[in-house]
Design a protein around this ligand. Structure first.
Ligand code: H2B
Length: 100
């Protein structure tokens, strides 16, 4: 995979406004999601997994029962890139969508 450009300082400064639910921690964007139960949490993870395959960009994540912690970074950039911002926005767009 070709090297990917890291976000520059101006782009990083805009993250708080663009992604208010996400915390910028070093080279990761982090957000914790909570659901009614494990089934809903895992359903969400399945949807994010399909998104990750579409975008060829995969989250670092951790699940315990109804909680899913997601950390986004770009391994090919050794840091944050526009791919993480695009993925975070797409994940935000899924929240609240019925998991059936
Ligand atoms: C070849 C493949 O597309 C790359 O290795 C992709 C896969 N998923 C990835 N996911 C993340 N988070 N960062 C990457 O740099 C990355 N690279």
């Amino acid at each position: 995979m070709a090297k990917v450009e890291k976000l520059d300082a101006a782009a990083r400064a805009e993250l708080g406004a663009a992604l208010p639910e996400w915390a910028l921690e070093g080279e990761h964007l982090k957000r914790t999601f909570r659901f009614r139960d494990f089934s809903e949490a895992f359903g969400f993870m399945a949807r994010v997994a399909l998104l990750a395959e579409q975008q060829e960009h995969h989250p670092e994540w951790f699940n315990v029962w109804n909680r899913v912690d997601i950390a986004l970074t770009t391994h090919d950039a050794d840091g944050l890139s526009a791919r993480d911002v695009r993925m975070a926005k797409a994940i935000d767009g899924m929240v609240g969508v019925s998991l059936g």
